[in-house]
Design a protein around this ligand. Structure first.
Ligand code: FAD
Length: 295
């Protein structure tokens, strides 16, 4: 196992920055859960909460609505995801301007996937942004924004090799991104090796690990497969046979993610991005394991 730095005494350790990712709810019930979850997580004083942008730009209005309301109703900084899919540069620029109008200056800039998923070939519109790096440049031209981009500790499935993958991340950072947030991963060695690669390439923005609490192993395993994130055998074994035992499943999920984040923290990581799936409990439990003062 590759470890970076050993655990610092608590009084010398950097403060933790947590961020939480939500998806824009489709129903009134979903919206209620969204706000309940946000209310539960707010005391952790997140650096920001982000709201995803559905495949093919399908949630354009809902993403805008949620980030506007977060900005209006809470003191939490909202970040809006944005993709290049199915829209011209002009249309995407309009969305950026809408975000700015409602006071959202933080954007997670992505290429996005075709509606069929990451396995399908992405074909940009002739007048559309071709990739996330182009999108970052486009957003920068429209004003002052805090921009996050995606990074892949196990390589993006469409990158021909590691060189292409890291070169692409470098282009996004050089275009003006402030940080990268990683795809989910369950074996920290991928992350440590990825940090070595990015350091070698002169990428010096934070590479924030994206932590996926496992609310439902089967669902997460399917999704991980589509994203090119490996499910190690030991992880599958831990959840084996727990499909109908929600309580034990939740305990195992908390233990597994706690192990992961504590090891990352021991290695010097002080920023974590949680894929909440609009649920609070596992994230709340994990924040307790991290157990430091939050900003
Ligand atoms: P890019 O950085 O553009 O890269 C995509 C692929 O194209 C890579 O393989 C890259 O190597 C290659 N590439 C890029 N430019 C070039 C070039 N000039 N020449 C050759 N190859 C090139 N999806 C959504 O739809 N909505 C969301 O809200 C969303 N949020 C996400 C949040 C995070 C933190 C992460 C990690 C992913 C998210 N995604 C989201 C998924 C993301 O859209 C997909 O992973 C998508 O396949 C790639 O997006 P990207 O921004 O990494 O693309």
């Amino acid at each position: 196992m590759i470890k970076r730095i050993s655990r610092l005494p608590k009084n010398l350790a950097p403060k933790l920055d947590l961020s939480f990712e939500f998806f824009p709810p489709k129903t009134d019930e979903g919206e209620e859960r969204f706000w309940q979850t946000l209310e539960k997580l707010a005391p952790l004083k997140p650096a920001f909460v982000s709201v995803t942008y559905g495949a093919g730009g399908t949630t354009r209005r809902r993403t805008l609505k949620m980030v506007r309301q977060i900005t209006k109703r809470t003191n939490i900084k909202a970040a809006a995801h944005l993709t290049c899919v199915g829209a011209s540069k002009e249309e995407v620029n309009e969305v950026v301007k809408d975000y700015k109008k409602v006071g959202v200056n933080s954007i997670v800039a992505l290429r996005g996937d075709p509606p069929g998923g990451v396995g399908e070939k992405f074909t940009p519109l002739p007048d559309g942004y071709k990739n996330a790096a182009e999108l970052v440049s486009g957003i920068r031209r429209l004003g002052e924004f805090d921009i996050s981009v995606a990074a892949y500790p196990e390589k993006h499935p469409q990158s021909v090799d590691w060189q292409a993958d890291i070169d692409n991340l470098k282009r996004k950072i050089d275009a003006g991104a402030n940080r990268a947030i990683t795809q989910m991963f369950f074996d920290n060695d991928y992350y440590w090796r990825f940090l070595e690669r990015t350091e070698k390439a002169g990428i010096n923005v934070p590479i924030v690990p994206g932590i996926q609490p496992i609310h439902n192993f089967k669902q997460i395993a399917n999704f991980a497969k589509k994203c090119g994130a490996n499910i190690p055998d030991w992880l599958a074994e831990r959840f084996e046979g727990l499909e109908d035992d929600k309580e034990t499943h939740a305990l195992v999920a908390a233990a597994v993610a706690a192990e992961q984040i504590i090891e990352l923290e021991d290695g010097g990581v002080s920023e974590f991005h949680f894929y909440t799936m609009n649920r609070a409990n596992l994230v709340l439990a994990l924040a307790r394991f991290l157990g430091r003062k939050f900003r």
